[in-house]
Every structure is written in C-alpha cells, then in structure tokens.
Design a protein around this ligand. Sequence first.
Ligand SMILES: NC(=O)c1ccc[n+]([C@@H]2O[C@H](COP(=O)([O-])OP(=O)(O)OC[C@H]3O[C@@H](n4cnc5c(N)ncnc54)[C@H](OP(=O)(O)O)[C@@H]3O)[C@@H](O)[C@H]2O)c1
Length: 312
Amino acid sequence: MAEFRSVAVFGASGNSGDAIVPALLAAGLKVYVVKRTGSNSTFPPGAHVLSADYTSLSSLTYILQNIDAVVSLVGPQGFPHQTRMIDAAVAAGVKYFIPSEFGHDYTIPEVFPLVPVFSVKNTALEHLKIKQKEGLDWTVIITGLWFDWGLPLNMFDIDLKAHKAVIWDGGNATFRSINMQDIARAVTTLLVNPSARAGATNKHIHISSLETTQNEVLAAVEEVTGTKFEVENLDSDVFYREAEKKIAGGDQTAVVSLLTGIAVSKREYCAFGKKADAGNKLLLSNAPKESVKETVERVLSGGGPQAKWQRH
Ligand SMILES: NC(=O)c1ccc[n+]([C@@H]2O[C@H](COP(=O)([O-])OP(=O)(O)OC[C@H]3O[C@@H](n4cnc5c(N)ncnc54)[C@H](OP(=O)(O)O)[C@@H]3O)[C@@H](O)[C@H]2O)c1
C-alpha cells in the first residue's frame, strides 16, 4: 500500500473535524481543509484552507489535484454532495476515500429502514463500490453513537441537567460506543499506516471505545454526580410502532430517539462484539483505555468534545 502525504477533509469545521483535523496535523500529514464557497468556518493553524462549490464537479476536481486521500466529514445536508466528491476524487487521481459515516451499522437489514438519512449515506457508499474499479479505495467506519460527545446531549436518554433518565427495555441491553479521540485515532491510523489500511480497504470497519448498558451508564452518572435520577421506563416495541407512524407521515421528531433506540434498546443493534474487537485491533491498538465511569467523570468535568449541535 502507498504511503500518503496529503489529505483533503470536507466538512472539517464540524463536530468530528474538531478532533480529526488536529490529529491528522499532529501525524505530520499535509492537511487541506475544504469548506463550501461562502462558509465562514475557521480552522486550526497548520491546515491549508481551500473552498469549493460542492455543486460543481470541475470545482471539486480542481481542488483535489495532487491529493492522496479524502476524508468526508460533512453533516447531513452535505451527504447528497458526496457522489460528486467521489467523482471528483476519481477524476483527480485520489487513491482513497473515507465517506461521512461514523455512526450506526445500517448494513443490518432491520436498521436500514428505520432512519431516512441512512439511504442518503448509502447512495455514496454504493457509488464508492462502483468507483472502486477505477482505482479509488474506501473504508466505512462504523462507531455506533458517539459516547463522550452524545452523553451531554442526552443521546443516551440520561439527562444530565434535569436528572432524569428514560430507560429502554429495562436498561440491560449491551451496546458499543465510541469517544471522539478514538475516531480521530482510527482515521489517522488508516491514513498513515499502510498495513492497517490494507486490512480495512473496501470494507466496513467497526470500532469502539467501550461496551456498556444504559443501567451501567446511569449508575456511573449517579455516582459521579451524587444524585439519584428520576427514571421513566420505555418499551421499545411501543416506541417503534409510534415512531414508524410519525416518520411515514413526514414527522421527523422521532428520528433522534430512533438513533438512541438503535443503540440502547433490547434489539442490540450496536452490540458489535467481535467485529469491533477486530476493528480496534487494527486501528486502535495503541489507544488508552478509559472506563465508563472515568469517561463520565471527564465529560462532567468539562473534558469532553464541545458539540456544535443541540438536541431539542
Ligand atoms: N454516531 C454519532 O453519534 C454521530 C454524531 C454526530 C455525527 N455523526 C456522523 O458523523 C459525520 C460527521 O458529522 P459532524 O457532526 O462532524 O458534521 P457537522 O458538524 O454536522 O457538519 C460538518 C460540516 O459540514 C459542512 N456543511 C454544513 N452544511 C453543509 C451543506 N449543506 N453542504 C455541504 N457541507 C455542509 C460544514 O462545513 P463548512 O461550513 O466548513 O463547509 C460543517 O461544519 C456524519 O456522517 C454524521 O452523521 C455521528
């Protein structure tokens, strides 16, 4: 596998870019951060800032000249542009593309229909599989929900501000979850370590920082805060019936809870087990270990990532 020296990062100014761009710079890569024409985004020193019209193949192809690899970190509104970014990467001779995924494993047939945005992400993936024949390799990184980023946003239905929790199906379902620095480590390893990349080329790779349950997270939060939380119990079968009706009717308000449920419900769609153990061995072998309680302590003392998004 070739050594990579340069990487272009689309959507580098967002939640994941805040962790990934500094890690790529620290690894010694030449990092080109790409923002949309007209965006006011700012970036860390050392990054080379480019802007492009995401609706123009020629604009995207122009900025990708002499770039080895592309990492797309665009948010949901940017997902439809990824097929054009892939075409531009092929036209410019880029060798490797990591698409904006970093979430649930929608290759699980029951997961795919739950959230409409999965099909938009999947369009880019199907396009990558076609373009693979033209010399563009890819890796999809599957993480489940982001733990240290999502905990303060109530993504695990444990509300740190209101001291209330919604516990799904008794709270003992097992799930894997990731901390932001481990996503940054994994992406960096893929780009700077050709032998690790060889094991991940044209594949889905699951990674995780921890395996836990909602009850374990709640117990850690209660211990660290010294506060007993008010608990409401939720039956996921009832929730899913209602959510499917809402989404079929065009009401998107259930989407964030569906993302939570994919992780914490008894269906255990994020119990990645052996798949994540293999991905961790490949991409996170040198990552420091942090227990659930240690992560909760770090998050509650302000040491977690700063989200650019709020749950309503
Ligand atoms: N598993 C989880 O818990 C979890 C949580 C959050 C995100 N994710 C996933 O991680 C990936 C990255 O998400 P993120 O939260 O880091 O992204 P984000 O912060 O939502 O957005 C990243 C960047 O995308 C660009 N952008 C915004 N609107 C755009 C548009 N209309 N067209 C093109 N680009 C646009 C902006 O950059 P510029 O203004 O600089 O152009 C923005 O800073 C996504 O695939 C997302 O689904 C997973």
